[in-house]
Design a protein around this ligand. Structure first.
Ligand SMILES: Nc1ncnc2c1ncn2[C@@H]1O[C@H](COP(=O)(O)OP(=O)(O)O)[C@@H](O)[C@H]1O
Ligand SMILES: [Mg+2]
Length: 470
């Protein structure tokens, strides 16, 4: 027994020593583990603090569980530990910003889906307004349940400010481009008017000059016709008397009289004079028409007889309406209604008539290509001019149509566009209808429209007010 006690004690002691050693080893191991853990935590914090992004994470109730140094400083704290347990509403961000953060957090956690690249404003602890690009992702436990949210963001204020500046600059530029564009259009419009106006006034001057020059010789002719008539009558009467007094003339004389065919002259000469008179009357008429056509506009509206304008324009275009080597003459069909004189810019209106009629002739010429003279004669080229009072009170309508090839549906929208032409180089400018449209719509505040079906010709309708609106 005595012997067994010490041996038992000894055994216990040995056990104790072993236990102590194990315990010590265990302590050392734990210490090592703790050191290791601390080191790795420090490393993690170091990594997080070194990243250019701010990092934070919150629990399901939106309370901060942790963050990196950058985030802590942005929120106005010295160290990340101070942020733990805080709520966004206690932090320096504006209330409406916080509402927005909260809404995003909730959405990410409820939908269990990350949201990346959210651009949002935030007021920092130092009171500065910044722009952030934020990423938010749900945090999960081992079973995959959402237990919170992890967020990172980068300060993109300078980029954002540059973007905003760029946007503003862009908008300003766009505005300027629009202004520039409309100024350019305006310039083109007035340039067009100027060029065409210049051309028309040159043509008008020329025509007026010719009309004036014709007047003088025509006056001589018509002035001399009356005395000629009298002289002829007198001479014939004198010859009659001679013949009565000398019924049997000398042989040489009677031979000469026979040679001259005096009987025919006596019959024909009185007939020549009225035809000369008619010729002179026609030249006079042409001269009047030329003067009507060449009326220069003073800029203010003047009374105008539309039918005279149309007729004088047709006269100017006569050389193109006449027959030529490829086709018979174009038939001109007129249905003139009972119209009052209208108040307008006559020179400009004549310019429109000229453009529309010339286009009609061009279309008919084109249609005549490759068709025989006879085929065209059987189905003649026609230009029809119809005038009537308009549907609206105190308005008139002028319809100018042809039975040419017509205008394809797709082109009907385009014919009034500047430079739209289907004619060959040197033939078409694509300006005639643009200018006509301007003259009717802008100068006279009414409409110029087109109607056409393929192979059934085209009809242009001008509507004009009887009295121009001032
Ligand atoms: N009466 C018409 N019949 C067929 N096409 C026409 C007629 N009038 C105009 N067009 C079409 O509209 C285009 C534009 O006419 P316009 O502006 O006068 O320019 P341009 O006569 O110089 O071509 C013409 O090229 C033609 O294709
Ligand atoms: Mg034309």
């Amino acid at each position: 027994m005595d012997q067994s006690l010490p041996s038992t004690l000894e055994g216990c002691h040995a056990e104790l020593v072993t236990l102590r050693r194990i315990h010590k080893q265990e302590l050392e191991r734990r210490q090592d583990m703790e050191d290791e853990l601390r080191r790795s935590q420090q490393l993690l914090q170091l990594v997080m603090d070194t990243l250019p992004e701010a990092i934070f994470w919150k629990d399901r109730n939106f309370k901060y569980l942790g963050c990196n140094q950058k985030f802590a400083e942005n929120a106005g704290f010295r160290a990340p530990v101070e942020v733990i347990g805080e709520d966004d509403y206690d932090l320096p961000w504006k209330k409406e910003e916080t509402d927005w953060f909260r809404m995003c957090d909730r959405r990410v956690m409820e939908s269990n889906t990350a949201e990346l690249g959210i651009v949002e404003p935030k007021v920092y602890g130092d009171g500065q307004q910044r722009w952030l690009e934020t990423n938010k992702a749900p945090l999960h436990d081992a079973d995959g349940n959402v237990i919170g949210i992890l967020g990172t963001y980068q300060d993109i204020t300078s980029r954002r400010e540059a973007e905003i500046k760029l946007q503003e600059l862009n908008q300003k530029l766009q505005r300027q481009a629009v202004e520039l564009n409309s100024a350019l259009e305006e310039l083109q419009r007035s340039q067009l008017q100027l060029i065409q106006g210049e051309k028309m006034s040159a043509l008008g001057n020329l025509v007026a000059g010719v009309a004036h020059e014709i007047n003088n010789p025509v006056s001589f002719l018509s002035g001399n016709l009356q005395p000629i008539q009298e002289y002829v009558d007198n001479l014939l009467a004198a010859i009659d008397l001679y013949q009565q007094a000398l019924p049997e003339p000398h042989e040489a004389l009677s031979g000469e009289i026979e040679e001259l065919d005096l009987d025919f002259i006596r019959e024909d000469l009185p007939k020549l004079l009225p035809s000369m008179r008619e010729g002179i009357r026609r030249v006079r008429e042409i001269s009047v028409s030329l003067r009507t056509f060449s009326r220069a506009d003073t800029g203010s509206a003047t009374p105008f007889n539309v039918h005279e304008g149309l007729d004088s324009t047709l006269l100017i275009l006569r050389h193109r309406i006449k027959a030529n080597e490829t086709r018979p003459p174009i038939q001109i069909v007129k249905h003139y209604g009972d119209l009052p004189e209208i108040e307008c810019l006559p020179g400009r209106l004549n310019q429109v008539f000229m453009n529309l009629l010339a286009n009609g002739i061009d279309a008919l010429d084109e249609a005549s290509q490759g068709r025989s003279f006879q085929t065209i004669q059987d189905n003649p080229n026609q230009l029809t001019i119809r005038t009537e009072m308009g549907q609206e009170p105190d308005h008139i309508c002028i319809h100018i149509s042809d039975n040419g090839p017509g205008i394809a549906k797709a082109d009907q929208q385009k014919v009034f566009e500047q430079y739209f032409t289907k004619k060959g180089v040197g033939k078409g400018t694509g300006l005639g209808l643009t200018i006509s449209h301007q003259i009717i719509v802008q100068d006279h505040q009414e409409s110029l429209t087109v109607r056409s079906q393929a192979n059934q010709g085209a009809e242009f309708t001008i509507t004009l007010p009887v009295r121009i609106k001032h």
